[in-house]
Write a protein that binds this ligand. Structure first.
Ligand SMILES: [Zn+2]
Length: 54
């Protein structure tokens, strides 16, 4: 089990339970909902650059 942060809304997402996922520049991002995935895919660079420091 691994927790990821939804880059759109900042919610913690378990990769086993993620509602959606998307790959951008070789990195996989997990989303709490299809709606967050859609926002990410409309502007991936904006969200991919906001990776939180963990
Ligand atoms: Zn989300």
């Amino acid at each position: 089990m691994a927790n990821h942060t939804d880059p759109v809304c900042g919610m913690k997402v378990d990769d086993q339970k993620a509602a959606a996922q998307s790959t951008h520049e070789g990195k996989t991002y997990y989303f709490c909902s299809q709606s967050c995935k859609s926002k990410f895919e409309q502007n991936p660079k904006q969200y991919a650059s906001q990776q939180p420091v963990s």
